[in-house]
Design a protein. Structure first.
Length: 688
């Protein structure tokens, strides 16, 4: 047993740095001290019972194990590495093991544990103080969980054997579990708030106070972890002569790809390019990932001071070293603490990050309510029957309407114009449409089924807008105000569709993985959720229309629920599951349309509506109130995102809501090698 004064940097390693070999004295530069101290190596780099207290029952302690390792393994390797036979290359496996062992056993390492645990504790307490960071709908990504959250959920499902018990795949259960987690975030916030005090007490009790135990447990596992040794042994190792090298309290430092130096233990193993450890004041052990990587040994002492947390040791206390420590010594603690804060913030962001989002951090942005009032650079075409003196009047009227629509929806006019090939004003409305497309198309119609306007998408993802001349005349010639307003609103609706089209087309295209059968089907069910929201949020509608939509939606929820029960009974009585799925699919699409339309109307600034008590009670009755709230948040957040940098994969949030409604109607979709499997589980309330 070595005693109670236990050195975390072995005295044998310190001896070459002594300025008096007989007295074994060494210069100690401690952070915050006014001057260096010349003391013996017995008085530096040690703590009382650092590894373990004395054992009276003759058990082998951790300190005993380290002492045995030093004499039998470490010291022989160290002697060989320090011997100078004229060879510049060092034995890779031996230098790797020495570095790994020395870097993990120091007080510096325990300090890293302590500071890291402290920073993590503070981060957790901040989450407890503001659970919206983690549990708000903005904290959970709109469409897909991050990789880490997804793994946590899927692992829990596998551990509980839920996949085998239910017959549903882990992937399907994970998707639904995450969706339900988002729906119930308010309950989780309440739970966090109620348990906050006890959680904080547990953190304080088992956090910082257990840091020494964590460090000792790590050392007990291995004094030189083989995987780490193997990794460092792949570097090209050599010795480089130097003068009066400092010994930092972390012993070994590393440089990453961007040139940033850190203690080896804090460096990302995948990013390390250079590793340096002083073997003596006159010799540096240098490992390089690539043999031609440059390293300037004259900079080492500056690096050593910057990366030391508490102290540095050296042989000579000259003016150069003193100035160096005075200049940089006070920065090391701050830099390491900032490193921990940055790492924890990065880990939290990675934990929450939406894999579909370019800028998950900007999911909640101030909405752009101003549009560039620049001119519409659109190609207008008139047929020969329209008099030329009407051309400017028509162009001005249409341009004004387009500008109003763009300002209202927060879209730039330039983007609108970019997707317009031309606007055709014609008296031969049907003939022009038929000449442009062979598809059966229909424009916006009035009560007499007379078309007013229709957009036609060309092969170049541009739009030809065909407008009936007689309808356009009503904008400035109609004596009946209601007729003029009707034409105006009808045209605005078409122009809003163009704005919607331009938004969807302008998203950054990201190559997706192979599209699954499930996602393809869900996309067909929910692909118009955002469109109906957008159209009704920015269109011109009356309060009477909103109340009518509310009434219809309430009636449809009851009607569709009853239809679902009836169709399920038919299926249970030897029906065809595919026919059942098709029937329910129609109900899903219509329900998505009614609900998203209402959400758009409630968010229309000209209506200032609020969910009626009747609708709210109906949603609560069918246990759809939390889903409704989540859909509203997802739609409004996504609408903001389309005015900044976003990618088209973010539209998959519609799939998740369509899948949630499928569950409400009693269907779960699963993926098989041959296609899609339709589960129709027994559900209380649907199967009676």
């Amino acid at each position: 047993m070595a005693g109670r004064r236990q050195h975390f940097i072995p005295r044998k390693f310190l001896r070459p740095f002594c300025n008096d070999s007989e007295r074994s004295t060494i210069w100690l530069f401690r952070r915050g001290a006014e001057r260096a101290v010349n003391t013996t190596i017995m008085n530096v780099a040690h703590q009382r019972d650092f590894y373990s207290p004395p054992e009276s029952k003759n058990y082998i302690t951790l300190d005993d194990e380290i002492t045995e390792y030093e004499s039998s393994v470490l010291y022989p390797m160290l002697d060989e590495l320090r011997s100078d036979h004229g060879a510049q290359e060092l034995n890779e496996s031996k230098i790797a093991e020495v570095i790994v062992h020395l870097s993990i056993r120091t007080a510096h390492t325990r300090t890293i544990f302590r500071e890291g645990t402290g920073a993590l504790t503070e981060a957790i307490k901040q989450l407890l103080e503001n659970p919206n960071i983690l549990l708000g709908s903005e904290g959970f990504p709109s469409s897909e969980p991050s990789t880490r959250i997804k793994k946590l959920i899927s692992d829990a499902i596998d551990e509980q054997g839920l996949s085998k018990a239910t017959g549903f795949s882990t992937e399907t259960l994970t998707r639904l579990a995450y969706m339900l987690l988002r729906e119930n975030s308010q309950e989780l916030r309440t739970l966090f708030s109620s348990q906050r005090s006890s959680i904080e007490q547990a953190i304080d009790k088992f956090g910082l106070k257990r840091v020494p135990d964590f460090h000792k447990e790590a050392l007990s596992g291995s004094l030189a972890p083989p995987a780490r040794v193997e990794q460092l042994s792949k570097f090209y190792w050599c010795q480089i002569p130097t003068e009066n090298a400092l010994l930092p309290d972390c012993v070994c430092v590393a440089r990453d790809k961007v040139g940033h130096w850190l203690p080896l233990l804090l460096s990302n193993p995948e990013e390390i390019e250079v590793i340096v450890m002083p073997l003596s004041p006159n010799k540096l052990a240098v490992g390089k990932k690539e043999i031609n990587t440059e390293f300037n040994h004259d900079e080492f002492n500056t690096i050593a001071v910057k990366t030391s947390y508490d102290f540095c040791l050296c042989k000579e206390n000259n003016e150069k070293v003193r100035n160096l420590y005075l200049e940089y010594g006070h920065n090391s603690e701050k830099e390491i603490n900032e490193y921990f804060q940055k790492s924890i913030n990065g880990a939290l962001y990675s934990f929450l990050e939406n894999p579909n989002s370019n800028q998950a951090k900007e999911s909640i942005l101030d909405h752009n309510t101003e549009s560039d009032a620049g001119s519409c650079n659109i190609n207008f075409q008139f047929d020969d029957t329209i008099e030329s003196d009407q051309h400017k009047l028509i162009v001005d009227s249409i341009t004004q309407l387009i500008q109003n629509v763009c300002v209202r929806s927060g879209s730039k006019i330039e983007k609108f114009c970019h997707y317009i090939n031309c606007i055709i004003i014609t008296d031969d409305y049907l003939g022009t449409i038929n000449s442009l497309t062979n598809n059966k198309t229909r424009g916006t119609e009035d009560d007499n089924n007379i078309g007013i306007a229709i957009p036609i998408i060309t092969e170049y993802k541009k739009i030809d807008l065909v407008l009936r001349h007689s309808a356009i005349n009503q904008l400035y010639a109609a004596t009946n105000t209601s007729t003029r307003n009707y034409i105006k609103i009808t045209l605005e609706e078409i122009f809003l569709w163009v704005v919607y089209f331009s938004k969807i087309q302008s998203g950054n295209k990201i190559t997706r993985d192979k599209t699954t059968f499930i996602e393809t089907n869900l996309s067909q069910l929910g692909n118009e959720i955002y469109y109906h929201f957008f159209k009704h949020k920015y269109g011109t509608f009356s309060l009477e229309y909103l109340h009518t939509c509310e009434k219809i939606t309430i009636e449809k929820l009851d009607e569709y629920r009853n239809i679902a029960i009836s169709k399920r009974n038919e299926y249970r009585n030897a029906g065809d599951v595919n026919i059942f799925y098709i029937d329910i699919s129609h109900l899903i699409r219509d329900t998505c349309q009614y609900i998203s339309k209402l959400i758009g109307l409630y968010n229309n600034e000209h209506l200032s509506g609020a969910v009626s008590e009747k609708l709210n009670q109906k949603l609560i009755f069918y246990e759809l109130d939390k889903w409704y709230s989540l859909l509203e948040k997802d739609l409004t957040n996504f609408d903001r995102r389309t005015n900044v940098d976003w990618n088209t994969n973010e539209l998959s949030f519609q799939n998740r809501h369509a899948e949630r409604l499928l569950l409400w109607f009693g269907i779960l979709l699963d993926e098989t090698e041959s296609g899609m499997y339709i589960h129709v589980p027994y559900i209380i309330g649907l199967d009676e």
